[in-house]
Ligand binder design. Structure first.
Ligand SMILES: [Zn+2]
Length: 269
């Protein structure tokens, strides 16, 4: 079984335009059309069973519309196979974060996605601290973008390993996922500061760039129980990323944990 823990989809009506804009901003060509059907097609090509889709609120006012679409996705895929599982989006400037996180839990979501660069503040800012506290209290997973974002090159990184540590120290919560192997393009700091912490890393986007040697270093230090296979589709190829992880020739049991075992445990599948 393969679970992709980090992908993105958009409503059919806006997918084309949104993908075009984001692609231009980040300088990354898309590997799918960003629709629900487009993602499922890529999953089928790659042999991926389940994909966790992560919506990002770029402003607090998007809370209702973005999460309405996320709920529709969960309803559509509520059958036994659960091919897509959408998390909810939340923004650190949302009013009544506690109430919103309770609503998210009651609506059946398993977690939330945050993105400090797109949300204009740092991961250890008070808004995220409140989101983390509410996530801990409601037993929700939190996935955050971490490290350099290609769309914000040259600007201060909003989720560095140091700031992620501040958040972890402030609100210990075993269901935090730092995307992009702890921090995109900051692997030295990940090794020094984040490995050993009780936090998950996903492999979204980085598999084409990280190299087997660095991947194995981080895996050895952080442990095979806290790494989740993920692609960041449409910003990476689902099939290509499955093949790259397989090409690392990890021990079978390790590979199984990264491809699905850890994700199934975290998601309760
Ligand atoms: Zn992403």
């Amino acid at each position: 079984m393969i679970v992709d823990f980090h992908s993105h989809i958009f409503p059919d009506k806006i997918a084309g335009k949104t993908i075009e804009l984001l692609s231009e901003k980040g300088g990354i060509p898309p590997f799918s059309d960003g629709t629900v059907d487009g993602l499922v097609e890529k999953m089928n090509e790659a042999g991926v069973d389940v994909s966790v889709t992560l919506p990002v609120l770029t402003s607090p006012s998007q809370f209702d519309s973005v999460n309405r679409f996320a709920l529709e996705v969960n309803l559509r895929f509520a059958d036994k196979k659960k091919r897509l599982i959408s998390f909810a989006g939340i923004h650190p400037e949302c009013e009544d974060i506690d109430g919103k996180m309770e609503f998210i839990k009651k609506s059946g979501f398993l977690g939330v996605k945050v993105h400090p660069d797109y949300q204009g503040t740092f991961i250890d800012d008070p808004g995220y601290v409140r989101i983390m506290e509410a996530a801990r209290d409601n037993d929700l997973i939190v996935v955050t973008h971490s490290g350099v974002d290609c769309g914000f090159r040259g600007l201060p990184v909003r989720c560095t390993p140091d700031r992620a540590l501040n958040l972890i120290r402030r609100v210990p919560h075993r269901k935090l996922v730092l995307a992009h192997l702890g921090a995109n393009e900051m692997y030295g700091e990940v090794l020094d500061k984040l490995c050993d912490e009780d936090v998950y890393f996903d492999t979204a986007y980085i598999l084409r760039f990280v190299g087997k040697e660095m991947f194995e270093k981080i895996l050895a230090k952080h442990g095979e129980d806290k790494i989740l296979f993920a692609t960041d589709s449409p910003w990476s190829s689902v099939k290509g990323d499955v093949e790259i992880l397989k090409s690392f020739s990890l021990a079978k049991e390790t590979e199984e944990k990264i491809f699905s075992g850890n994700a199934r445990r975290l998601l309760g599948l």
